[in-house]
Design a protein around this ligand. Structure first.
Ligand code: SAM
Length: 295
């Protein structure tokens, strides 16, 4: 079966940039279209030429490489723009995962788009999406919504402020953290969050020693004590706050008119009205109305 024929059916105009995600661990997690594009373009821009040369060699791809990283992104983007204006096709790959997701790529994409050229982002591996898809009902308080806050800040006071922001959010929040800071960040999380709040720890996704844990803060110190090796890559999640604890869910005024019309309208209809007026989801409105009725 010629798998590349599906990839070849897609637009491949000249003067275009293709953003190609690469594996976050298991080398087999490369899409067929990603491989097709890397085989077709004139040049592959990458974060680290040595790292990407090894990766491309594993797939038998031999192309000119051009370095674009966080320290030269502006100048490198101008160079790539000039090459696209001459009709070339380029790909950009970061060291791992999806370009532009806690990785260089944003300035490049902006430069190319502003000049009116095509940018084609391809779907593919990303650690945060991989962690979320394996997180079970970890998104339940936000109706399936979530926020991704990138890397936790390195300064302790800024990091703690971001953790507290996640604590207040109605949706679950996800972060990246560097291996040498993971232990101290988890300690801070254990100190700042309430005991029944859940967190997600996803380690070494798609690799041999892959782990995904969802544990309450009460159990976190015990779990940390059992960890023998902190080496590895981590995604951290903080569960959103339950709707009834949300300070903005129902203010006094909302509660007053709910009481005034509560007996005259069915529970489902009332949830819909409350949702339309307050902006909170119908599901959360329904749950909170149940709580009010119990009181
Ligand atoms: N662009 C990448 C993406 O789309 O996921 C992220 C690159 S960022 C520089 C690297 C961070 O992503 C790591 O410090 C870690 O927090 C997370 N990460 C990357 N690979 C991972 C893996 N296999 N398991 C868990 N986290 C990972």
């Amino acid at each position: 079966m010629d798998l590349f024929k599906f990839a070849a059916g897609q637009n491949f105009p000249s003067g275009s940039l293709f953003l190609v995600p690469t594996p976050i661990g298991n080398l087999a997690d490369m899409t067929i279209r990603g491989l097709y594009i890397l085989n077709q373009v004139d040049v592959i821009a990458c974060e680290d030429k040595r790292h990407s040369a090894n990766f491309l060699k594993a797939y038998g791809i031999s192309k000119p490489l051009y370095a674009l990283h966080e320290h030269n992104e502006k100048a490198a983007s101008a160079h790539i723009l000039e090459k696209l204006s001459q009709g070339e096709r380029w790909a950009y790959i970061s060291d791992a995962g999806t370009p532009g997701i806690s990785d260089p790529g944003a300035i490049l994409v902006e430069t190319i788009k502003q000049a009116g050229f095509n940018v084609f982002p391809l779907p593919g591996p990303s650690a945060v999406v991989t962690a979320i898809s394996g997180s079970g009902d970890f998104l339940k308080y936000g109706d399936g919504g979530f926020q991704f806050l990138g890397f936790l800040p390195t300064k302790a006071n800024q990091r703690d402020a971001v953790i507290q922001r996640a604590q207040q959010a109605g949706v679950s929040s996800f972060f990246y953290e560097a291996p040498h800071r993971i232990e101290s960040s988890l300690k801070a999380i254990a100190q700042l969050l309430e005991k029944d709040r859940k967190i997600l720890i996803a380690k070494e996704l798609t690799k041999v020693f892959e782990e995904i844990h969802v544990i309450s803060i009460a159990d976190l110190p015990g779990w940390m004590g059992s960890v023998k090796n902190w080496q590895g890559e981590f995604v951290i999640g903080i569960e959103g706050q339950p709707p009834t604890k949300s300070p903005s869910a129902f203010d006094e005024n909302t509660k007053n008119w709910i009481h005034a019309i509560g007996d005259k309208v069915g529970h489902k209809e009332l949830s819909e009205i409350v949702s339309a007026v307050t902006g909170i989801s119908k599901k959360d409105a329904y749950k909170e109305l149940m709580e009010i009725k119990k009181k």
